[in-house]
Write a protein that binds this ligand. Sequence first.
Ligand code: PEP
Ligand code: MG
Length: 838
Amino acid sequence: MTALTDPGAIVEITPSAGVETARHGWRAKCLQRLIRMELPVPTSFALSAEAVRAIAGGHMPDRACLAAIIERADGLISVRPSAVNPAWGGPGTVLNVGINHERHARLVKSRGKAAADAIYLGFVQSYAIHVARLDPDMFSDSDGGLEAALRAYEDETDEEFPQDPARQLAEVLRSMARAWDGPTARLLRQAKGAPAIAPLGLVVQDMALAIGPGVTGSGTIQFTDSVTGAPRITGRFRGQTQGRSKGEGAETLYLTRDPRGPSLEEAAPEVFADLVRFGVAARERLREEMQIEFVVSDSRLSIIDAVRLQRSSRASVRIAVTLVRDGIISPEEAVMRVEPRALSDLLHHQVDPRAPRDVIARGINASPGAATGRIVFTAAAAQAAQARGDRCVLVRRETVPEDIRGMHAAVAVLTERGGMTSHAAVIARGIGLPCIVGASDISIDARARTLLVGRRMFHEGEEITIDGTSGEVLAGAAEMLEPALDDSFTQLLEWADAHCRISVRANADTPEDARTARMFNAQGIGLCRTEHMFFNDQRLPAMREMIFAGSPEDRRLSLERLLPMQRSDFAALFEIMAGLPVTIRLFDPPLHEFLPHDREGMRELAESLDLPLSDVTRRVEALSEFNPMLGMRGVRLGITVPEIYDMQARAIFEATIEASHNGDPVVPEIMIPLVSARREVELVKTRIDAVAAAVRNETRKDFTYRLGVMVETPRAALRAGDIAEHSAFLSFGTNDLTQMTYGLSRDDAGRFMGIYVSQGVYAEDPFHILDRDGVGELVAIGTERARSHKPDITISVCGEHGGNPESIAFCLRAGVNYVSCSPFRVPIARLAAAQESI
Ligand code: PEP
Ligand code: MG
């Protein structure tokens, strides 16, 4: 065994010692801060990451040095891991290193036999399991007592339990260093964001013994509730207990006075008062809400460790804001400390993390929040349930536009198929409905009205809970936490907005969406998908009539019926948004989406249109396409059936005049979907200009508008320079752009996305996090080419990525002016954009 020679490899942690987080880990640094505050921390030493790496490679510290540490401790020591980031974990702490027969005998005298035995036994167990790697079952049961454990050790290893404290310490250090290098530990910490070769430091600390005479024991204390973030002292004190070792009369005490039983506050009031005082000081000095680990040894208090308090999302917001209000951190720091995704937990109901969960299936967590309701299998059944006042969960193989009304009637949605940008996912996020898609383990029998999950069968009417945050389907009703849109939430976002370098708009289709968008301080509407306005009982018949029109004149007449409806839609949006920009996208989907899909529906349609059923089926068949997402949709429809866009443009302009009446003039933004060639823009622009001229003429009122293009095809991104010429703005529709760049159906990819991601084919689901290398490059190229032709052009991203923190960071760097996302994701986007801007 070679010796480790670097003199800085092991340092005693003193106020002035050179202890660094990067070299010695967070625990060593944190202990140094506590020591600087003159808290009663037992003598501690830090082993650097280089030392630990050397130990793992067989280069042990000098024996004399180890012996000195352990002699000096005049008793026992503990060894704890100290990674750079506490979230990366580390090997388990080993307590009571250094105990042998001789020290045991001394302890018998000072603390009694029971305490001495418990302390020795605890170490033999840890050593046997973690260092000698013997069968844990032989040692985890302490019934046989110390003698039996020592005998078992000797039987298994054919040697006496090591009596040399320095050797014990060397072996413990080596086993911990090696455990850190093991493949399981590496994978676990990489999953928490650690780099492949993350350093580990170790802390060696004198033991404060928690088994012995008087008020003696170990505990933890925290000053804030981990779930709510409210100030509250909680924790526990375990008398006569140290790790897994329990002495005679071991019992758990409350920390503060409690009618249910004895408390530390009553048993040792000075100790308790010191603990509270130290806690307040540590919070201020460490600038963080901490949980403190302590030992009381015959009424003498030792602080042995302090860790950042684990906290729920809602607690993380409240804690950050309170730390600012208490003058401990700056508002910018508070903004940086809250994970943007955590905000979505505050916007919706959550399954209480403390409650039991009966998980029956998993899928893609497409829209966050949780809700419990009775299973229904059709949109009609969902509407009927709502009419009865029942809460229901709509369970479908996948949803289609006709299901929108059913989705509005349900409290949550579950689909067997689909991915992050499938119909169900997009709509659910838009209306803030918990939703799981792509739950491929479930099997729906819509006729029998049953849902089979593994061997468990659920019938229509049975209760399930959808946890759209985790993607888990639970049987029955789960306990919930209420949303927490409180003052802390509002305050944090106000601080965030002060730093944002890009704007955040909302994708909003209805007045309700627009109101939600305003409630979350969206700076406008970046995408109004107008087709969603046609799916209700009054409008669908008019829409179908238009589709079935036999002549241009008939079509004009049905569009005239739709015109006032659209006009009032737009006027309502303009009014709610009160002068903020509103971008209206012209009609996008293939027409067949508005037609019935089954025979019964077609029969009803034939009846309402007073046509023979055969005419209806023929027309439906004529409109069906092999690949509708690449077929007659978007601008292609606008060019081949221009009357639809004419009607929409007129409705927008008339609404503009109506809404400009009382205040500042409204400047609508009109957006053309699925463009791939400049000529498409020219043709549509000519017609819209003509409609604008006609409306100005008829009304004798003037107005302006901005025309823009959605960049959703790779060609549009590559030809963005050309296309920019006729456009005031370009908005990247990254849902379709991802679909087309990968050649990957956004509605079907959910079936294999899990396998693709788990096998590392894709690092992430590209419909969820923007693919920087491919789709991102098209965004960057498109932005650059558009700006080189038209420097003042507005560029935005309005696909679902606009609400994803990682994608927002990319957009900001690519020079995008704003992102637009579902209203409920606006707060997340505001915080993510601020963090990128600070
Ligand atoms: C897009 O394709 O990114 C987009 C915003 O449009 P939609 O999701 O309606 O296709
Ligand atoms: Mg699109």
